[in-house]
Design a protein around this ligand. Structure first.
Ligand SMILES: Cc1cc2nc3c(=O)[nH]c(=O)nc-3n(C[C@H](O)[C@H](O)[C@H](O)COP(=O)(O)O)c2cc1C
Length: 176
């Protein structure tokens, strides 16, 4: 069973959230284990989530950098340049909101718009543009999914990344 808190997906945990969560006791308000997700990309974020009572953390964007991920070449190139302020929530690619790196379609049609057909039909609209642009090395018309922890990305195999994050988090927690 999944339970979502009010923190929007893709938002980085920052001191404001932490204070709010401490005051709001979101973890205490539910009877299920809480998995923290969104904007967590390094040991500091993972340790903060555990300190707030999370039972686990879920990282998505961090694994887009791994060789195991089927991340498109233009997407990988854009992720390497990713900065927090370069993302926005958009519905122009699928008809549903999700966070990605700002690109031409998002800027010119959205990032949020009433024009895209409902999910999943919206994906068909830019398909022809993507088919032309992507082989030419342009990510203008495809989703470049990225949360707000993209800048923490490390190009490591998934297993190695997981081990390093675990070791770094345990070392950080042991210092407390
Ligand atoms: C490429 C990609 C695709 C995702 N697709 C979905 C999805 O279809 N449904 C969903 O609920 N979450 C989806 N997520 C969100 C992840 O499950 C996870 O909650 C999120 O990536 C955590 O935030 P982070 O990317 O900042 O680490 C996706 C994430 C990425 C990076």
């Amino acid at each position: 069973m999944g339970v979502r808190t009010a923190t929007p997906p893709g938002r980085r945990l920052h001191p404001g959230h932490l204070r709010h969560q401490r005051d709001g006791s979101r973890v205490d308000a539910v009877r299920v284990p809480v998995i923290a997700a969104g904007g967590i990309g390094d040991a500091r974020g993972i340790a903060a989530a555990f300190a707030l009572g999370a039972a686990a953390v879920q990282l998505g964007t961090a694994y887009l950098f791994t060789p195991e991920a089927t991340t498109a070449a233009v997407h990988r190139a854009a992720l390497r340049e990713a900065r927090d302020e370069a993302t926005a929530i958009t519905n122009v690619f699928t008809g549903r909101p999700a966070r990605g790196l700002l690109n031409r379609l998002m800027r010119e049609v959205g990032p949020l718009s009433e024009l895209p057909p409902a999910f999943p039909l919206a994906a068909n609209a830019p398909a022809a543009l993507r088919a032309k642009a992507e082989p030419a090395g342009s990510g203008d018309f495809q989703p470049l999914w990225c949360g707000q922890a993209g800048a923490f990305g490390r190009e490591l195999p998934a297993g190695e990344l997981t081990r390093r994050l675990a070791e770094e988090t345990l070392a950080r927690l042991a210092r407390r």
